[in-house]
Design a protein around this ligand. Structure first.
Ligand code: RB5
Length: 142
């Protein structure tokens, strides 16, 4: 199950991402927001981050205008490693090296085609499991 959330700046791109998930038969839970009406991104960052932290969802996708605010907010939740990606190389590397559990996207930064490719890469790349990467993740968690 993939947790998906956005603010108003990410609403349109979230609809594209939901369409991709449906086409791929990937189950998701949509934590809002549900329109282009102005909302506060930390609210949706927290909903998705808590769902991932609690194990209700294995990964999350968060979208705001830049992807910055919503990733900063998600990363305040213990155990969350939210990676803001604007390219597929980063999406692959953050799964392999950081075991990132949330992908953040900036709807005003990447177009829908690239955003879907980044999402596809993120969801289909496994953590490498290498000892050095595990050690570094443990150091982040403190
Ligand atoms: C909302 O206008 C915008 O500030 C938000 O979507 C995001 O870009 C914040 O980081």
């Amino acid at each position: 199950m993939i947790a998906v959330g956005c603010d108003h700046g990410g609403y349109d791109l979230k609809q594209e991402i939901l369409r991709y998930l449906e086409e791929q038969n990937i189950e998701y839970a949509d934590y809002g927001c549900y329109s282009r009406e102005s909302v506060d991104y930390p609210v949706y960052a927290r909903k998705v981050a808590e769902a991932v932290k609690d194990g209700a969802c294995e990964k999350g996708i968060l979208i705001c205008g830049t992807g910055i605010g919503i990733s900063i907010a998600a990363n305040r939740i213990a155990g969350i490693r939210a990676a803001l990606c604007a390219d597929c190389f980063s999406a692959q590397a953050t799964r392999e090296h950081n075991d990132a559990n949330i992908l953040a996207l900036g709807a005003r930064v990447v177009g829908p085609g690239l955003a879907v490719k980044i999402t596809d890469t993120f969801l289909h790349t496994d953590f490498s499991g290498d000892e050095r990467h595990r050690r570094r993740i443990e150091l982040i968690e403190g």
